[in-house]
Design a protein around this ligand. Structure first.
Ligand code: FEO
Ligand code: CA
Ligand code: CA
Ligand code: CA
Length: 594
């Protein structure tokens, strides 16, 4: 720690400069370690990783590929240990398999990819007096869930005719979770996982709803439909309806079947983060990551029970099955004539306004004319279309501040905004051809998360601070780090928002940033780390002692293969690139940024 490094409490570190180095760069005075990476065995009997002898059986007991969401949960009764839960969003076959032929994947390669998707639960050990974490192989809580594990469908659309297939006439039992991007951690000790770009796994789509969900009309890139007919929509038209949900996992019960919660709607779920009402009902905020798609919330009608009794745990596993699903409509308060699509601030000095939550369905009752409740849950995007929800610039991760209750939504970018035939700029999405994205701050009326109205304003308009269209909550721009494409968000215990990026359009690598949301330093954004070539920064988890990030898809550069890698992270030249989880802490043992 350099004396004299200023910043809000929790953000007193010397910012990392933008760079294109093929490594994880952390601030002066900080240290890092690789907690766990692709292929490392976590279940009993799983072999050590051998990139030239991969099997589906081995992968099913090893840590999966491409981590996005991370959660760290306290582990009672085991001192110095925590439970790490990770999403394995997708696979990069070109970077996984030597000599991979994209036109002709083998059955073994496809089954390895199925096993590399899904979720991992792995117990981690803290090192005394540092922030270092080490994975514990074969801990009894360790678990893998993959593209072929069993999931139960719950809530108002469970069993619907829209969810029945030849393999599952009940419409309640689905194999696999796919493309889990970000997620959330509940106050009752479970984790939520957003099934995002599930469309890419399905071939031969033809219906209007397939089209609205981005399911293509021909073969898929991975060609899974050759190996399991459920990925061929022409043969199993309802199988895609069984993906695109929020999954709830109880990481403390390794025998439990995770649930797909239909009450939270079906779309490209980026994330799902709950907050409790004053009477203890969870409200879950959720984004649909697509250009011009919507922002939602679910308000449960049931109260959380406190404590860790079996009765409380069983009750709390029903909280997300009953309640009301809403979509957001935002209205700006500045005249449309002052919004020219360049990002120039309107005369009132802020991109801001009010909003309403439009109810879509409550349990088995639809609030959308012309749609049944089942249709609202399964084709939620169409329900949003019908009620005139606001078309956003790709709503990514979302996080309510534990201090203020304000909700922060990363809107990552939208390069189609304002193009011919597409919606133009509005006050919440004020830039046409938006390359760098923005972060929106939402305050529920009376701070009641169950309410039906809110105020909003843009907290950050991202980009190079020298670009006049950028905005950092009014903080002097010469004092902030450049940022582009905000994606995952998290809070630290000081009330600072941490933002990781995906797809930096400023010519340097992606990274992790911290920014104060309150006080005189509100808007002072500082870069904490950068990631290797081709990677996006994911996770993140901010604890007193450590920052945890997932380095997702290192080396993912057009044309890169195992033989011609674009990155040699983390194991060095000549070694296969491995997406991995990294912990960062202070060398002097003090808390992060104090
Ligand atoms: Fe998987 Fe929207 O990022
Ligand atoms: Ca305004
Ligand atoms: Ca994301
Ligand atoms: Ca992402």
């Amino acid at each position: 720690h350099k004396p004299g490094v200023s910043g809000a409490r929790g953000l007193r570190f010397a910012p990392v400069a933008p760079n294109k180095d093929d490594k994880v760069t952390v601030p002066d005075g900080y240290e890092q370690n690789l907690v766990i990476g692709w292929g490392e065995p976590i279940l009993r009997g799983a072999p050590a990783f051998d990139p030239d002898r991969q099997t589906a059986k081995a992968q099913a007991g090893q840590f999966g590929y491409n981590v996005d969401f991370l959660s760290l949960l306290p582990l009672r009764g085991e001192r110095g240990r925590q439970v790490l839960v990770a999403n394995h969003e997708y696979t990069d076959e070109n970077l996984m398999f030597r000599g991979y032929d994209p036109a002709n994947p083998t059955r073994e390669q496809v089954e390895i990819a199925w096993a590399a998707h899904g979720l991992s639960v792995v117990v981690v050990q803290e090192e005394h007096r540092t922030g270092k974490l080490a994975a514990i192989g074969r801990h009894p809580l360790n678990r893998r869930l993959t593209a072929t594990s069993e999931f139960r469908v719950t809530g108002p659309a469970a069993g619907s005719h829209l969810l029945r297939t030849s393999a599952d006439p009940s419409g309640r039992k689905v194999l696999g979770t796919l493309n889990n991007c970000a997620g959330g951690t509940t106050p009752w000790g479970t984790t939520l996982h957003g099934e995002e770009n599930f469309n890419q796994y399905f071939a031969n789509g033809s219906s209007a709803t397939d089209k609205r969900y981005g399911i293509g009309s021909s073969t898929t890139e991975r060609k899974w439909e050759r190996f399991d007919k459920r990925f061929d929509v022409a043969q199993e038209p309802n199988e895609p309806h069984r993906h695109g949900w929020v999954v709830e996992l109880d990481p403390f019960d390794p025998e439990s079947t995770p649930r797909k919660r239909t009450a939270l709607g079906r779309f490209k779920h980026e994330a799902a983060q709950p907050r409790l009402t004053s009477d203890g009902r969870p409200v879950v905020y959720m984004g649909d990551d697509e250009r011009f798609d919507y922002f939602y919330k679910f308000v449960s009608s049931k109260r959380m029970k406190k404590g860790n009794s079996r009765a409380a745990r069983e009750h709390n596993l029903t909280l997300l099955d009953e309640g009301t699903l809403y979509v957001a409509k935002l209205t700006g308060d500045s005249p449309a004539a002052e919004l020219d699509g360049t990002g120039k601030l309107p005369s009132d000095g802020e991109f801001d306004g009010s909003g309403v939550w439009i109810p879509l369905a409550t349990d088995n009752v639809s609030h959308v004319p012309g749609m049944t409740a089942e249709e609202v849950y399964v084709f939620t995007r169409l329900a949003g279309d019908k009620v005139g929800a606001t078309k956003m610039d790709r709503p990514e991760d979302v996080e309510p501040s534990p201090r203020t209750g304000r909700v922060y939504i990363a809107l990552t970018n939208n390069t189609d905004r304002g193009k011919a035939g597409k919606a133009g700029a509005d006050e919440a999405n004020p830039r046409n051809l938006n390359k760098h994205g923005q972060v929106l701050e939402l305050a529920e009326h009376w701070d009641d998360p169950a309410g039906d109205g809110f105020a909003w304003r843009l907290f950050l308009v991202a980009g190079d601070p020298n670009d006049p269209s950028t905005y950092f909550a009014g903080f002097p721009k010469e004092k902030v780090s450049p940022i582009s494409c905000p994606d995952n968000v998290a809070f630290d215990d000081h009330g600072n928002l941490w933002i990781s990026t995906d797809g930096n359009q400023l010519g340097s690598h992606d990274g992790l940033f911290g920014v104060a949301t309150q006080g005189e330093r509100r808007g002072e954004l500082k870069q904490f780390l950068t990631v290797p070539t081709g990677a996006e920064t994911c996770g993140p988890v901010i604890q007193d002692r450590r920052v945890l990030v997932a380095v997702q898809h290192p080396g993912e550069v057009d044309g890169a293969t195992v033989e011609k890698p674009a990155s040699s992270w983390p194991d060095g030249p000549g070694k296969i690139v491995r997406p991995s989880v990294v912990a960062v802490w202070r060398k002097d043992g003090r808390d992060i940024g104090v």
